[in-house]
Ligand binder design. Sequence first.
Ligand SMILES: Nc1ncnc2c1ncn2[C@@H]1O[C@H](COP(=O)(O)OP(=O)(O)OP(=O)(O)O)[C@@H](O)[C@H]1O
Length: 326
Amino acid sequence: MSTDTPPPVLVEHVTRRFGAVTALDDVSLRVDAGEIVGLLGPNGAGKTTLLSLVAGLRTPDEGTVRLFGADPRDPAARTSLGTTPQETGLPETLKVREVIDFVAGHFADPMPRDEVMARFGLTELADRQTGALSGGQKRRLAVGLSLVGRPRLVLLDEPTTGLDVEARHVLWQALRDYHADGATVIVTSHYLEEIEALAQRVVVVGSGRVLADDTLPHVLDLVAVRRVTLTVAGPVAGLAALPGVHEVTGTSEVPGGTRVTLVASDADAAVRALVTAGVPFADLEVRGASLEEAFLSLTTRDAAVPPDAPAPAAAAAAPALPEVAR
Ligand SMILES: Nc1ncnc2c1ncn2[C@@H]1O[C@H](COP(=O)(O)OP(=O)(O)OP(=O)(O)O)[C@@H](O)[C@H]1O
């Protein structure tokens, strides 16, 4: 492939608002051919909006979006695109094989029906009406349909939400196989597990901004936030400034002092600092934080940094994407 082949996805300084809500705020993202990228972020982060811009379903208020170098609203560019939205309506009375054939009829060189069904564990269900499929089966069919046209780029919005473990694994394997065949894949999820199963590169989106864009291991480190809960017999002001601590939450008065929870990226450093500083504490508990808390701490850390200030964590987390060689 020549070096000047346009990437499947190029998003530059895109802002998209819905009334007073800024769903995306100066977002840049480049995805090169053959990448499998996870978009990770809490509800309302802007993931679906970003995919809808890439798919040409919406237009940005500011900035540019290119799909294979073209305007995503250009039907020619979209012929290389396969998408599965969060919710898919399937014609209830059509059988699985009929729906696949119907979609295949729109493409010059579709994936054979048997191959679609084999990849997604649907072979036994070929003659079942889609209205009689389970949620997981419907989802597998919906994702399978997005691949019928052999797209070079696949956008999947929360492909396995609500599925049981087995259905989830079938879907993940099918997506990994399709990626191994050479496709570029972008998948959104709230679930770290899903992103871990699929993505090599992870883009963390929060409050409409790219908070991190890195390899899976680096992002796992970044979101490995801990909750350190302890009872402090004395003032708690100042705990937020301890090394490794992002924020102090859940303060309540209890016998013996104040019960506080520290959200920390480095619980060991925080506890060492507590001891070194001679903070009188008891009933220490250290637990893994939820992904939502990790997002929150990433968001607050990012927001706390003035735009011009050198910010190691935020700078490492959010490189200027178009310039970054991947
Ligand atoms: N059509 C719309 N009208 C008004 N607000 C919208 C619209 N679409 C999205 N938003 C708002 O934009 C923000 C981003 O939403 P978006 O659906 O892109 O987030 P998301 O990360 O995909 O969330 P989820 O994980 O819940 O799907 C949210 O605050 C949402 O309420």
